[in-house]
Design a protein around this ligand. Structure first.
Ligand code: DAH
Length: 395
């Protein structure tokens, strides 16, 4: 007589299709329906179920697993039904029935889990914690925003507050209240984008895309009484076709300080400090006369070239070449500035800005150009093309 073999192992050897091992089981017929015999039979079935359902597998394998156990025709549960329940003598029916029901629930749960998870797993056996994780790119602060925040940060440290204003602005704030009289040629220096269909409105209410952040000077002085110290970061637009150094949309940081007895010396000291904080303590500043309608006197401020150190040349010996960022002059133009024109104060005199009593200075700088210089770029368009390979370098 042969030794009794575990029915699952035996069945598996007999019936497994070619090339698929360890998969099919046949339910044994039961002769003994005593609780002890049922215990053994059920335990063997459950152990087969456990073994199979803890093996990792793909979607196809999960479906095969489901079919083997649940198929109406010849599925393992159907066999259990036929060979155990139907075949059970009357007095064992109830006991067998209860055990089969429990079994059905167990099988259903495991099949469901296998189908839902893909890989069949009742433990973490398939999770290899030594594999590298999934990297979620978190993005990087845009180089322009970063530069803008740096500039604003320098002035915040000096006690300045941050003010903002609308990008769609009225003619009044963008030009008139900044002492650009209607039809004055100074308006032509800022090639303006106007909104369509504004003709029916009075001229000063007509809308345009602000050409600079200076209108926020007026808006802030209308709201806050002197003394004030503010910086104004923001987007501005001009009708300039895009090229390596122009963009119809760009960014500025404006500044305004108004108090009693503010002098040009305060302006120079403040801006010299700010440039050293931004570009390094070695840089020098130089102020040259200029014109803006809203400041008098006005100046353009230059910093000594922080790329060539002010020499106008880069490299040395045979490798020496002209410094392009400063056009070999050793100086880089950074901003416009000046003492607030008394005509500007006249527009906000009602809020405490009497030109006889207060004075102030203002300045405005282009963030995009500063960011280009800082990061050594020669094409402004890189900032706006959205190429992730470029943008992610600033993380
Ligand atoms: N708004 C000027 C421009 O966009 C820049 C400027 C110059 C701002 C002088 C100022 C200033 O506040 O005082 O060209």
């Amino acid at each position: 007589m042969q030794p009794r073999r575990k029915p699952w192992v035996a069945a598996q050897r007999d019936t497994a299709p070619k090339g698929r091992k360890n998969v099919a089981y046949t339910v044994p017929k039961l002769k003994d329906f005593s609780p002890a015999a049922l215990d053994t039979a059920v335990a063997e079935l459950v152990s087969a179920l456990e073994q199979e359902s803890t093996k990792p597998g793909n979607a196809d394998q999960s479906k095969a697993f489901r079919d083997r156990w649940l198929a109406r025709k010849d599925g393992i549960l159907t066999q259990v039904n036929d060979l155990w329940l139907k075949a059970a003598p009357k007095e064992a029916k109830r006991d067998v029935g209860q055990r089969v029901n429990k079994l059905k629930t167990e099988v259903a749960q495991r099949v469901e889990a296998a189908l839902a998870q893909g890989p069949i797993t009742s433990s973490n056996a398939s999770l290899d914690i030594s594999l590298p994780g999934i990297r979620r790119p978190i993005g990087a602060e845009h180089a322009i925003i970063r530069t803008m925040n740096e500039i604003v940060g320098v002035f915040k440290n000096l006690g300045y507050s941050v003010a903002e204003g609308p990008v769609i602005e009225t003619e009044y704030y963008n030009f008139e209240a900044l002492n650009f009289p209607p039809n004055h040629p100074a308006r032509d220096t800022q090639d303006t984008l106007f909104l369509a269909n504004q003709e029916s409105k009075p001229r000063r209410e007509q809308l345009l895309l602000r050409t600079h952040t200076s209108p926020v000077q007026i808006r802030t002085m209308e709201k806050l009484k002197p003394p004030i110290r503010i910086v104004i970061p923001g987007k501005v637009h001009r009708n300039d076709p895009p090229d390596a150094s122009h963009s119809p949309m760009f960014h500025q940081v404006e500044g305004l300080a108004v108090d009693t007895n503010i002098t040009f010396g305060d302006l120079k000291g403040t801006l010299d400090h700010a440039m050293k904080a931004l570009f390094g303590s070695d840089v020098k500043t130089s102020f040259r006369p200029s014109f803006f309608p809203f400041t008098e006197p006005s100046a353009e401020m230059f910093v000594s070239c922080f790329i060539c150190g002010g020499s106008g040349k880069r490299g040395g010996g045979t490798k020496e070449e002209p410094c392009r960022p400063c056009k070999q002059t050793g100086w880089i133009e950074i901003l416009g500035c000046g003492m607030v024109d008394p005509n500007v104060f006249e527009f906000v005199k009602h809020n405490g800005y009497d030109p006889e009593k207060v004075s102030g200075f203002a300045f405005g700088m282009g963030v995009d150009r500063i960011a280009m210089l800082k990061y050594g770029l020669d094409d402004l368009q890189l900032f706006f093309q959205g190429d992730v390979r470029f943008l992610e370098q600033f993380g």
